[in-house]
Design a protein around this ligand. Structure first.
Ligand code: GN1
Ligand code: MG
Length: 536
């Protein structure tokens, strides 16, 4: 195949505007939307080749998730819903960094390195979030797919988990489910309705939910679910799109700011469920009878789910484990290992790393503290569960129903919410009963801008800083002065900043620790702008 057409379209319609090197990061490419047209086009080209390489459908999702509206981004979805294979992340980076004319040789290089038969058919599924720029950027992706002779199916506005789901289902010939948007809603809601068939109340459990749609696709997805879910849950949707996407609401705002989302009435003792801009993350929160705010993040969800599944798999000889990242609250790790006896592994930030590590277990629960995660079951686990369920083992029967509520193809805010609701219902717990399982150590996240964030490199699942020299020693010294202190720093893979995480025995100490470590980063790693003063 010659790539003359790909170069012509690039030059005429999607010329490259930036010269700064760009890297396929934690969640693909992300930046301000107006700088993304040429990247989208090239990702369309790449998806066309990847589809041929794998002889499968490849997904392209256009979203900047929890980031502000002027941003956007793109990530590729591999055949079984996984994130793009590492070797292809390198190809993506090469292709995006090529000049317009250089596209042809970059594509030829990929074809020869991956031994791609370019005469094969290529089919790419494309989805996008509700950002105003997403439509235009979707056209650019489609132009790319078409320029390398590929075909596409445009799913329009969908959540990230829906796109992962349809890609997986199409590629496995429908075994996991029907490869349509309706098929997704129906499979999950049918399983949930079944779990609720014996009633919606139990003990302290109350099926009432305030749902914060972050003014994005998560609101649309929830109303679709409600159409399918009969009366299994009593959900009221807020932040349906009347306000600005992710602004003062949504999962990231609630998690990072540790605040109740705007736009949701401050009803006490009722669970609030916040999702992010592409509905792959979920965070719970509530206000107690004094109006005090509590947040239940990915760690609380992971421990709740792992603890419940651990009980159900007892006697089935299956190894269940939990995968967290360095951002997991120290109290959650202690609770799950010491109290519940579930093994915990620590992975680098980014679901692809967690997913990979979760495959080591028969049943792998993985969650980032920010609420992104799911549960994956190995073939052995599925078979063992099905055999025991057929033999009328009660727990296995329940487990087999729970399995269908879970979207194993990727973290899914709404499917995760239904899983949490299932466990709370089974336990007869109110949100405060759930919260009482363990108390989070107070913590704080900060960001520092440096001239080049690549000067910071890390090891040991990002918990230890290797360069710049001396930074880790300084952090160690600072941390020593704090009771239950823990802190680490790492360059973000999605923003041009360095992230600081700190936890300690009180909020004041956690804030203080975060500021001191932020200042150390500022000094050792070439901070720009004002010196960090207050938590941000
Ligand atoms: C601390 C934090 O929340 N980091 C997020 C954020 O990555 P960074 O590399 O930290 O920018 O975005 C990723 C993609 O959405 C998500 O996987 C990750 O957990
Ligand atoms: Mg997201």
């Amino acid at each position: 195949m010659n790539f003359t057409e790909a170069v012509r379209v690039a030059q005429e319609q999607y010329p490259k505007k930036v010269t700064k090197p760009i890297k396929y990061g934690t969640a693909g490419f992300r930046s301000r939307a107006d700088a993304l047209d040429f990247i989208m086009y090239r990702m369309g080209l790449l998806a066309g080749l990847r589809a041929r390489d794998t002889s499968s459908v490849i997904g392209v999702m256009i979203t900047a998730s929890h980031n502000p509206v002027p941003d956007n981004g793109v990530k590729l979805v591999d055949p079984m819903g996984e994130m793009l294979a590492p070797a292809w992340e390198v190809h993506a980076t090469t292709l995006v960094n090529a000049t317009d004319e250089g596209i042809a040789s970059a594509l030829e290089g990929i074809v020869s390195e991956a031994h791609i038969d370019t005469s094969k058919k290529a089919l790419v599924f494309v989805g996008r979030d509700t950002r105003p720029s997403s439509n235009r950027l979707c056209d650019a992706v489609i132009a790319g797919v078409t320029a390398v002779g590929g075909e596409f199916k445009d799913f329009g506005i969908v959540s990230t988990p829906i796109l992962h789901y349809v890609v997986t289902c199409y590629n496995d010939g429908g075994k996991y489910g029907e490869a349509t948007v309706q098929g997704y809603y129906q499979k999950i809601s049918r399983a949930f309705n079944k779990l609720r068939s014996s009633g919606t109340s139990n003990g302290n459990y109350d099926p009432v939910i305030l749902y914060d749609g972050a003014n994005g696709v998560g609101a649309l997805a929830m109303s679709e679910f409600l159409n399918n879910m009969k009366k299994s849950l009593n959900v009221t949707i807020f932040n349906k799109g009347e306000g600005v996407l992710n602004h003062l609401c949504g999962a990231d705002y609630v998690k990072v700011q540790q605040k109740w989302p705007e736009g949701v009435p401050k009803t006490q003792n009722v669970r609030c469920v916040s999702v992010d801009g592409d509905a792959d993350r979920v965070i719970y929160s509530y206000l107690d009878s004094d109006g005090k705010f509590y947040m239940l993040d990915g760690d609380k969800i992971a421990t709740l789910v792992a603890g419940y599944l651990q009980e159900l798999v007892k006697g089935l000889q299956l190894k269940l484990g939990l995968v967290q990242t360095a951002y997991a609250n120290g109290a959650s790790t202690a609770y799950i290992t010491e109290k519940l006896g579930v093994p915990v592994a620590c992975a680098k930030t980014g679901v692809k790393h967690l997913h990979h590590m979760a495959l080591e277990f028969n049943i792998g629960v993985y969650f980032e503290a920010n609420g992104h995660g799911t549960v994956i079951f190995s073939k052995t686990a599925r078979e063992a569960i099905e055999t025991a369920a057929q033999a009328k083992n009660n727990s296995a029967e329940k487990l087999s129903q729970v399995l269908d509520v879970i979207n194993e193809t990727v973290g899914d805010a709404i499917s995760d919410m239904l899983l949490v609701e299932t466990v709370l219902h089974a336990r007869g717990w109110s949100v405060s009963d759930w919260n009482d399982a363990y108390t989070d150590l107070p913590n704080r996240q900060m960001k520092v801008t440096v001239a080049d964030r690549a000067v910071i490199t890390t090891t040991d699942a990002e918990r230890v800083c290797v360069t710049p020299e001396g930074l880790q020693n300084t952090i160690n010294k600072i941390v020593k002065a704090f009771l239950k202190g823990r802190s680490f720093v790492r360059p973000s893979g999605t923003e041009d900043i360095v992230r600081i995480y700190a936890e300690a025995s009180t909020q004041e100490e956690a804030d203080n620790l975060a500021i001191q470590v932020a200042c150390a980063v500022y000094e050792h790693a070439g901070g720009i702008g004002d010196r960090p003063k207050a938590p941000c």
